[in-house]
Design a protein around this ligand. Structure first.
Ligand code: CDP
Ligand code: MG
Length: 667
């Protein structure tokens, strides 16, 4: 059981909020200062100015004396960058032990790790390291502070179920309630029973920690002041506002919107007569290359105003110095899963009040700031939901179930969930895993397929596709495809230039669809000697292509480790597509209405879907297709599509499909 501050025992002065039940530490908001920021002071001075510094002793005291400590503090107060350092300074990383700090987002992992390495004056990957999927920047013999995604930590449990090398695990950004964070908390609670010396810190930016503290059985109060809700109802020409100096942070929904906005604004800023001409417009989202990330965090050049256009990643997990103005669109892109139709899609959704406050709080960290909300005050007050829905309750649970199974947790419904997942979603996940041959009739992992799938750090459908490719003799090609599908997008954004984009794609396009097209792109990249120039000429993202090569290499090593054969099918695209179907047979659709961009229906649930404009099959209208994922705006769009023969579906999954004239139907 978690423990909190107990009144009556000795405690550091004026640092804790406690009530009869126990204590939780609240770090209050940083006072806005009118200085020009931290610019000239040393890193050490900056560290000492952070609000969390005042609570250093209190935090160390709590961690020393309690198995679990919950820390609530506003974004930017120093939780993520400072607490792991305090722990190291206090000796928690001695004797081969490691302090871990998890984040839900990969980009945040990289960014905070480099910041901490900089503050400690060490090279990243040595004393301070990080691990994200397919990228390990640690050195087991010297790394003492390790940042990692919560997903990676769960994977580490497969080799080391009690996470023995860690002395303290800080689960950061817990308020985000990501699927992996929720899973991790449940698992850590189990580990704690076996390892009472393990210290857990749960840190959160909002009072959402409420459910967390009930989970760990404690009570709490919130002393932080809420953000002010001065809401101008509309904001015309937001970015040409005549406001005093200061950077602007704009919240939009996803990479596509952001790239579009960046392009528009950059065109505008090139015109000297416009008021926007002093703006330096930069995107921020998780798929961003290192070079682009660095630009976002670099100091704003003199005489310029930085405009960072971001997803909700800048809501709490990252802090941008110098932001004085925030523009909040009121939306974010969220995963939503419908267990009835078995469709998981990314949907543009109104944010919650908690998020809106967080976004507003990003303004004016170093001087009084303003937040411009692109919605009405009435909407905010009357309609906006108070809190978001935890990802656990709106996700496809396939990956979650397989990981728990691999960790030996058989009774998944009886697992200690922070928020119970919907039973329909759980049942559907079991069904899908059964149909993929990953679970047997007793809901146990099959051998070897189930265990092998669990070993591969990818979506189980992709892992199944890879394993089938080993049988079909096309694993060389399929791991290339899997690598491409695991990076955000290999194309440079061509928003607003569909015609040019179509022409570029034609250079590589394969009639079979996107997956086969990627093989052509990959071949071209290798033939060019992995040239950045070549990428530039072909509108390909060089960083993304390098990542593909890297991920592919790791997958091939993994397959060799699993004792599986790497073989090429040369040009047999039928075999290739059959391997893809072995993982993705559930995502089949047939053309319902032929038109400019035809209407398709999913076989599974007769849902209406369309081919995404980024696909090489856009406007091609093949009769039968299988897609990799769906994105939804006003319609469902299939991303990464291949044309198939419907008979292959029955061949791949006779237990899943039956033939019904004139169409196929799921059993
Ligand atoms: O975790 P929390 O939001 O409480 O704060 P943090 O991420 O530890 O950030 C504390 C301070 O470190 C921020 O206010 C920034 O001044 C600085 N920081 C930075 O300059 N660059 C980063 N990549 C991360 C943090
Ligand atoms: Mg943080």
């Amino acid at each position: 059981m978690a423990q909190f501050w107990r009144p009556g025992s000795e405690r550091p002065r004026a640092t804790l909020v406690d009530d009869e039940e126990g204590g939780v530490l609240f770090v209050s908001a940083p006072p806005p200062s009118s200085s020009s920021g931290f610019g000239h002071s040393s890193l050490e001075r900056q560290r000492q100015r952070l609000p969390v510094f005042k609570y250093r002793d209190a935090i160390l005291y709590l961690v020393e004396n309690h198995a679990t400590t919950i820390i609530v503090g506003e974004t930017g107060s120093g939780k993520t960058t400072q607490i792991p350092q305090y722990l190291k300074e206090a000796g928690w990383a001695e004797g081969g032990r490691v302090v871990a700090c998890t984040q839900p987002r990969r980009l945040a992992v990289q960014s905070v790790a480099s910041r901490v390495a900089e503050e400690m004056g060490v090279k990243i990957g040595e004393e301070v390291g990080y691990t994200i999927r397919f990228e390990d920047q640690t050195n087991p013999s010297v790394t003492v502070i390790k940042f990692l995604t919560d997903g990676v930590l769960i994977r580490e449990m497969m080799d080391d179920p009690l996470l023995t090398k860690y002395s303290v695990i800080m689960v950061d950004e817990a308020h985000e309630r990501s699927l992996s964070t929720d899973m991790l908390l449940g698992l850590l609670k189990k580990i704690q029973r076996r390892r009472p010396e393990l210290r857990i810190i749960i840190s959160s930016a909002t009072i959402e920690a409420k459910s967390m503290s009930t989970f760990f059985q404690a009570r709490k109060k919130d002393l932080r002041h809420a953000a002010e809700d001065s809401v101008p109802s509309h904001l015309p020409a937001v970015l040409s506002v005549e406001e005093p100096a200061g950077d602007i942070l704009v919240f939009l929904t996803g990479q596509d919107d952001i790239d579009a906005a960046v392009k528009l604004l950059r065109e505008d800023t090139q015109d000297d007569r416009r008021r926007t001409s002093g703006l330096l417009v930069l995107p921020l989202y998780s798929g961003l290359s290192r070079v682009d990330q660095d630009l976002v965090f670099a100091p704003t050049p003199k005489g310029k105003r930085k405009v960072v256009i971001s997803t909700n990643i800048a809501e709490t997990s990252l802090t941008l110095e110098g932001v004085v103005y925030v523009v909040d669109s009121g939306f974010s892109k969220q995963r939503f899963y419908n267990p009835i139709s078995d469709i998981e899609s990314l949907v543009v959704t109104p944010i919650s009040k908690a998020s809106a406050r967080q976004r507003a709080g990003r303004a004016g960290r170093i001087q009084p700031g303003k937040c411009f909300r692109l919605y009405t005050e009435e909407y905010f007050l009357k309609e906006m939901p108070t809190e978001g829905i935890p990802e656990m309750q709106r996700s496809n649970l396939v990956s979650c179930v397989i990981q728990l199974k691999a960790l030996g947790i058989d009774n998944i419904l009886g697992f200690d969930w922070l928020a119970s997942p919907p039973p329909e979603a759980m049942v559907r996940a079991l069904e899908v895993l059964y149909s993929l041959g990953i679970l047997d009739e007793d809901a146990k992992l099959t051998s070897p397929i189930g265990y092998q799938v669990a070993e591969i750090p990818l979506d189980p459908m992709i892992s199944k596709m890879i394993l089938s490719a080993c049988n079909f003799g096309c694993s060389e090609e399929i791991i290339t495809i899997a690598a491409v599908l695991s990076v955000q997008s290999i194309w440079v954004s061509m928003w607003g230039a569909q015609k040019e984009f179509d022409e570029v794609k034609l250079r590589f396009a394969a009639a079979e669809g996107d997956h086969v097209t990627y093989l052509n792109v990959y071949k071209g990249f290798l033939n060019s000697g992995k040239s950045s120039q070549w990428c530039y000429k072909n509108y390909l993202n060089y960083q993304a292509m390098k990542k593909v090569v890297d991920v592919r290499e790791q997958l091939s090593r993994l397959l060799r480790r699993l004792g599986l054969a790497l073989k090429s099918c040369e040009k047999d695209t039928q075999i290739l597509r059959k391997a893809i179907i072995a993982g993705f047979f559930a995502n089949s659709c047939h053309l319902e209405e032929y038109s400019h961009n035809g209407l398709y229906k999913t076989v599974r649930s007769s849902e209406e879907v369309y081919i995404h404009p980024s696909s090489v099959l856009f406007r091609v209208n093949p009769k039968w297709v299988v897609y990799h994922s769906l994105v939804s705006t006003n319609k469902h769009y299939m991303r990464n599509v291949i044309a198939i023969d419907p008979s292959w579906l029955i061949e791949a999954a006779p237990h899943f499909y039956q033939v019904r004239t004139p169409n196929l139907a799921p059993c």
